[in-house]
Design a protein around this ligand. Structure first.
Ligand code: PGA
Length: 244
């Protein structure tokens, strides 16, 4: 199982870097196959990486600039800078950045990230109004198709289905609905004839109370967790409740 902590724009340095209990948990035999990835704000990446050295826990950035080379882009952080902070992953296409990003820009970023040997956590999902208009499947298909254009091998991509109306709202789709959507995602990826292993995860209001339900999504192998990952206790609870 994969557990990705998306800290968003939170992170009081000392409060958030308290990850000792997670480190202890990750070293237990039962959790040897568990993949934990922390995605803090850029400013905490290097510090967190230091704390996590000698563990199998990885770090990731929450976005990247689409420019491959260093350059005069004030406020920009490209993949080279992310890598030099020790990160192995980057979240791309997140709902909270999609307002200013098109599928084609996300595609450009995915290609650059993979070229720089960063693994991509690719987020996609429908808005509430798209859901109400029964457009979920079409929207997802388009997002996957356009954002992964020219990507031949998906081995280094984690596909994170995050219904945009579920993020930060406490609302999650029914498991029966999720099963249909995940099967649609699988079929979409197959129809695009991508090489490599499909890794699909769910994100959106995952917490210790709903994790026992969410674990029943058939084709999901993990979770992208925002708010609940800011509390080490809740994050551990989620991991424990979903590991057999
Ligand atoms: P949430 O966020 O768990 O707070 O809903 C998930 C995400 O934004 O990735």
């Amino acid at each position: 199982m994969i557990y990705i902590a998306n800290w968003k724009m939170y992170g009081k340095k000392h409060q958030n870097l308290a990850v000792n209990k997670i480190i202890q948990l990750s070293k237990k035999k039962k959790y040897k196959k568990t993949k934990i990835i922390y995605c803090p704000p850029f400013t905490l990446l290097s510090d967190l990486k230091k704390i996590l050295s000698y563990t199998n826990i990885d770090t990731g950035a929450q976005n990247c600039h689409e420019e491959n080379e260093y350059g005069p882009f004030t406020g920009g952080v490209n993949c080279k800078l992310i890598k030099s902070a020790g990160a192995k992953y980057v979240i791309l296409g997140h709902s909270e950045t999609r307002n200013i990003e098109t599928n084609s820009l996300i595609n450009k970023k995915i290609i650059i990230a993979l070229k720089n040997k960063l693994k991509v956590i690719f987020c996609f999902g429908e808005t509430l109004s798209e859901k109400k208009k029964n457009k979920t499947h079409t929207i997802i298909k388009n997002q996957i198709k356009e954002c992964t254009k020219s990507v031949v091998n998906i081995n280094n991509i984690i596909f994170a289905y995050e219904p945009r109306w579920s993020i930060g709202t406490g609302k999650i789709p029914k498991i029966s609905e999720l099963n249909k959507i995940f099967s649609h995602i699988k079929k979409t990826i197959i129809s695009l004839k991508k090489k490599g292993k499909k890794k699909l995860i769910y994100g959106g209001s995952v917490n210790p109370s709903n994790i026992s339900d969410l674990i029943n999504i058939k084709d999901s192998t993990g979770f992208l967790i925002g708010n609940a990952s800011l509390s080490e206790k809740k994050f551990i609870d989620i991991i424990k409740k979903s590991t057999i």
